[in-house]
Ligand binder design. Structure first.
Ligand code: ATP
Ligand code: MG
Length: 254
């Protein structure tokens, strides 16, 4: 069993007007086997949380801890965090011209496992992973995300998730921009991953629609840089009906 603990996390970014605090004391514990959904208004800091866990250099941790099985991962480089078992599917996946999907995936797998996957089985594994997310095998030879449609980028992230098979996956709006069929394909991929039983997911989303396919154990409301409320699936339904208004007002009154 593994645990990802976020304790009193404060994060700032450097802006033209000086330091700006975005995360203002995030507390969240994810155990393996659990799916946590985070919902919150635009600009509340959800992606900042995802990037901070993954180790993006733009985000300065000013206070707090992120522990993976008790080890402080904030001391680790991005690579070391991936090797420790963390994975981030970005809201806006970056294009990497000149690097093919096949090479990218192999390099990532080698970095995570500490040894290169066997070439013969690897090609098969990659093609199977692409096929499961309904991407044509020809995508393996294309530059990473270059010219991919929004939905193709998201499906490629799920192929990565399945091939790298991390302990914990942070999925930042992996459902945005997907058509109805792609939403199902992506959800099926996440469900295959969680069906292993000992994996943890932090699923950032704006839409309750994906929560019909991926059943969260916990739903959290994220407002103004911290968690405002936690509950079960019923909380997502309440948000869908009532919006974030009450939480935004309560946060502003603090
Ligand atoms: N370099 C920066 N300079 C100034 N503000 C920044 C910078 N980086 C992030 N921010 C601000 O931090 C806040 C949180 O951004 P973040 O992307 O984490 O929000 P989000 O909750 O993911 O929103 P969305 O739902 O739209 O994806 C936003 O107001 C954003 O403008
Ligand atoms: Mg975001």
């Amino acid at each position: 069993m593994s645990t990802l603990e976020i304790k009193n996390l404060h994060v700032s970014v450097e802006t033209e007007d000086g330091e700006k605090e975005i995360l203002r004391g995030v507390d969240l514990t994810i155990n393996s086997g659990e799916v946590h959904a985070i919902m919150g208004p635009n600009g509340s800091g959800k992606s900042t949380l995802a990037y901070s866990i993954a180790g993006h250099p733009k985000y300065q941790i000013t206070e707090g801890e992120v522990l993976l099985d008790g080890e402080d991962i904030l001391e680790l480089s991005v690579d070391e965090r991936a090797r420790a078992g963390l994975f981030l599917a970005m809201q806006y996946p970056v294009e990497v011209p000149g690097v093919s999907v096949a090479n990218f995936l192999r390099t990532a797998k080698t970095a995570v496992d500490g040894e290169a996957p066997k070439l013969r089985t690897w090609v098969k594994d990659v093609n199977a992973a692409l096929e499961r997310v309904t991407l044509d095998p020809s995508f393996a030879q294309r530059s990473v995300n270059e010219g991919f449609s929004g939905g193709e980028k998201k499906r490629h992230e799920i192929a990565q998730l399945e091939l790298l098979n991390p302990k914990f996956a942070v999925l930042d709006e992996t459902d945005s921009g997907l058509d109805i069929d792609a939403l199902r394909v992506v959800s099926d991929g996440v469900n295959r991953y969680t069906a292993q039983g000992d994996r943890g997911v932090l699923l950032i989303t704006h839409y309750t629609r994906i929560l019909n396919y991926i059943k969260p154990d916990y739903v959290h409301v994220f407002v103004a840089g911290r968690l405002a409320e936690s509950g079960g699936q019923e909380l997502a339904e309440q948000l869908e009906a009532e919006g974030y208004d009450k939480y935004v007002k309560a946060a502003a009154a603090l």
